[in-house]
Design a binder for this molecule. Structure first.
Ligand SMILES: Nc1nc2c(ncn2[C@@H]2O[C@H](COP(=O)(O)OP(=O)(O)O)[C@@H](O)[C@H]2O)c(=O)[nH]1
Ligand SMILES: [Mg+2]
Ligand SMILES: [Zn+2]
Length: 329
């Protein structure tokens, strides 16, 4: 049975790209859904059966264990999140970037930072922020659709991995995805461009292209392979607040790690406590002030959300007069 990857799913039909050969088959998954109750996702690694009677069709028989799973957009087995910021037009939103980093890290996905539109003059503060991300251990890559850097450094960072693009609308994600895919094809060996041609033909079976909100994995040609996924219509990925609370927030800041456990008080928020090792490092210039400031804002927001949830649970129910607005049975 051939192995492949679901690169798109529309209305219960899945486009499965064969691992060997690269042909794309339009597959149903009724059998597996009935058997295991699992709904296939774009990104799933599957075993599928080719329909002997209808060329280009098949059915999914088994879904491999998922390494990661995002719900908005619905896609599995993402290795990396490329967080795209423009140096200007639009001005970079570092709060959104940090939120996306949190979403990635808490889903087991590696964040990468892309400083896009590097042909434009940088908005104030960009260089310092870049240093903050590098200090946190995130790879940061410059890119632009034209000019000196181009997309070449980015292609090597994406090669061999499944990467989802995320970031504000207008930062150049779609342009970048097309540019990277093209660059990968230009660099691919003859055999590989033949393989891509096969894929392109079978892909015509599928409907719609980049006009819909459907998730689609775009294959990168060349030795490394890999896929990139745009997130059209999702200006910000769903930030999975609720999956973690303010107490776990510091663990999602890799640059805080050397100081965690060295504060005077257990359960230190690293925002105002005396004897806080994180604040000491911040004062000594070892931590980036912007990253820490946004951490403090997230901490406050998460704590408030947590307190609200707690207050709701503890609201006394017996004794008082019946609530006229309460229409629950
Ligand atoms: N100057 C400059 N403009 C770019 C670059 N990449 C994309 N753009 C422009 O930015 C606008 C938004 O691009 P788009 O790819 O649609 O952004 P998306 O909303 O993130 O998908 C378009 O007008 C692009 O032509 C770049 O590297 N430099
Ligand atoms: Mg776009
Ligand atoms: Zn502390």
């Amino acid at each position: 049975m051939p192995a492949g990857k679901i690169i798109k799913g529309v209305g219960g039909l899945y486009s499965v790209e064969e691992r060997q050969g690269g042909g794309v088959y339009l597959c149903s998954a009724r059998g597996i859904f009935r058997k295991d109750g699992i709904k296939p996702l774009a990104g799933d690694d599957v075993d599928f059966e080719i329909d002997a009677l209808r060329a280009g069709y098949g059915s999914v028989r088994a879904i491999g264990a998922r390494r990661s799973e995002l719900s908005r957009p619905p896609v599995s087995n993402v290795d990396q999140m490329l967080i795209v910021l423009a140096l200007s037009e639009p001005a970079p939103d570092f709060l959104l970037a940090d939120k996306l980093i949190l979403a990635a890290l808490s889903s087991g996905i590696r964040p990468l930072i892309c400083a896009n539109k590097s042909d434009l003059p940088a908005a104030a503060g960009c260089a310092g922020e870049r240093e903050g991300y590098e200090r946190a251990g995130f790879l940061t890559v410059r890119a632009s659709k034209s000019g000196a850097s181009g997309y070449a450094p980015l292609l090597s960072a994406l090669s061999g991995k499944v990467t989802i693009l995320a970031g504000q609308s207008g930062v150049g994600k779609s342009t970048l995805l097309n540019g990277i895919a093209e660059l990968s094809r230009a660099g691919a060996a003859g055999a590989d461009s033949a393989r891509m041609a096969v894929g392109a033909i079978s892909r015509r079976i599928g409907r719609g292209r980049h006009t819909t909100r459907h998730v689609e994995l775009v294959r990168l040609a060349g030795d490394g392979g890999g896929y990139a996924v745009d997130s059209p219509g999702f200006s910000a990925l769903e930030i999975c607040a609720g999956a973690w609370g303010f107490r776990e927030l510091d663990a999602l800041y890799p640059e805080f790690l050397p100081y965690i456990g060295r504060c005077r008080f257990a359960g230190c928020s690293h925002i105002h406590e005396p004897g806080c090792a994180v604040l000491e490092a911040l004062g000594a210039g070892s931590l980036h002030a912007g990253r820490h400031g946004r951490y403090a804002a997230f901490y406050a927001a998460l704590k408030q959300a947590g307190d609200r949830k707690y207050a709701k649970k503890r609201r006394p129910r017996a004794g008082g007069p019946p609530n006229a607005n309460n229409n629950q049975a």
